[in-house]
Design a protein around this ligand. Structure first.
Ligand code: PSU
Ligand code: MN
Length: 302
């Protein structure tokens, strides 16, 4: 398919059966400010290589689904920021037809990873069921993608901008396994745990890799969500974050922000309101997730 481009390093690794880890680009263009976004994206790629795997940052470049953006492309995606289209599943055909570039969300990165033959993907937080979804119906396409595309996603749990309870329920309905890594409690992004139990606990990357292998051998279409708690030293005060999130939600409501704009808006508000403290935590939890994703990818490559 000429709509898919696999970077050279990624292609070689896949041919040799070496571990590859996919990474998303919405987190770069819409999830973090410049220049920290570019610094983080490049540091993440270095970390994957240090861990003995190959990074595949995904995005759409001039209409081509790309697994393995170049350094220059990553810099461009970061500099352009929110001016680049945020592309989820429903947007992909238009990016291709119009030959436009786009930053890919968890959902569309899973699609690209799967087309490229990559099984493991690391990010910060996934999209989920928003607070108030009972009236707005705002449920991220990430949830359905996890149900239909066989890619394992490592995250730090859904961010507290979402309704964690409903997010877990939506995942359960769709048959998506949610694994707590070395925890019984669902991690909540900035904090190590929420008051919700995870349905499955795994204590090692090997155990997770084995279960994902089993999912493949059962012929399951869907993926798997691994929730990895933020390292203790970077975790933030849950009550303080809740206050900031409530203010951000109120502001979004006043400004009538909805649809695909709401998540980036809330992320930016939180970063501004915490004076960058949350950004630092966000960056650290991504590193932490990348390490676990590499271990799982290595387990799968065995
Ligand atoms: N949550 C975060 N950081 C992010 C995102 C979510 O903590 O960067 C991004 C991811 O790319 C995710 C997308 O796939 O937002 C979800 O957007 P929406 O809610 O519009 O589906
Ligand atoms: Mn939404």
């Amino acid at each position: 398919m000429n709509n898919l481009k696999i970077g050279k390093e990624v292609q070689q690794a896949l041919e040799k059966g070496l571990p590859v880890v996919a990474l998303e680009s919405t987190i770069i263009s819409h999830g973090m400010p410049y220049p920290q976004n570019v610094e983080t994206a490049l540091a993440v790629e270095d970390l994957v290589r240090q861990m003995g795997a190959v990074p595949a940052t995904c995005g759409v470049v001039d209409g081509v689904l790309t697994a393995g953006l170049t350094r220059e492309e990553i810099e461009e995606f970061g500099k352009v920021g929110k001016a680049i289209n945020k592309v989820s599943r429903r947007d992909l055909p238009f990016s291709v037809a119009r030959k436009e570039s786009g930053a890919t969300t968890v959902a569309s990165t899973m699609i690209i990873a799967h087309k490229a033959g990559i099984k493991v993907f690391a990010t910060g937080g996934i999209g989920g069921v928003h607070r108030g979804a009972e009236t707005t119906f705002d449920i991220s396409a990430d949830i359905d993608e996890l149900a239909k595309t066989p890619v394992l996603v490592v995250c730090a749990g859904p961010k507290a901008i979402l309704d964690l309870d409903k997010t877990l329920e939506a995942l359960e309905t769709r048959g998506v396994p949610v694994v707590g890594y070395q925890t019984d409690w669902l991690p909540a992004f900035y904090t190590r745990e929420s008051s919700l139990k995870v349905p499955i606990r795994c204590d090692s990357a090997e155990e997770i890799a084995k279960a994902f292998d089993a999912s493949y051998s059962l012929g399951f279409d869907g993926g798997m969500l691994v929730a990895n708690p933020i390292p203790e030293e970077y975790s933030l005060d849950g009550d303080k974050m809740e206050q900031i999130i409530l203010q951000a939600l109120e502001k979004a409501e006043k400004l009538s922000i909805k649809g695909k704009e709401i998540t980036p808006f809330l992320l930016e508000e939180i970063t501004n309101q915490t004076g960058g403290e949350s950004l630092d935590s966000n960056i650290q939890l991504v590193f932490n997730n990348v390490k676990l994703a590499c271990q799982i990818a290595k387990g799968l490559a065995k």
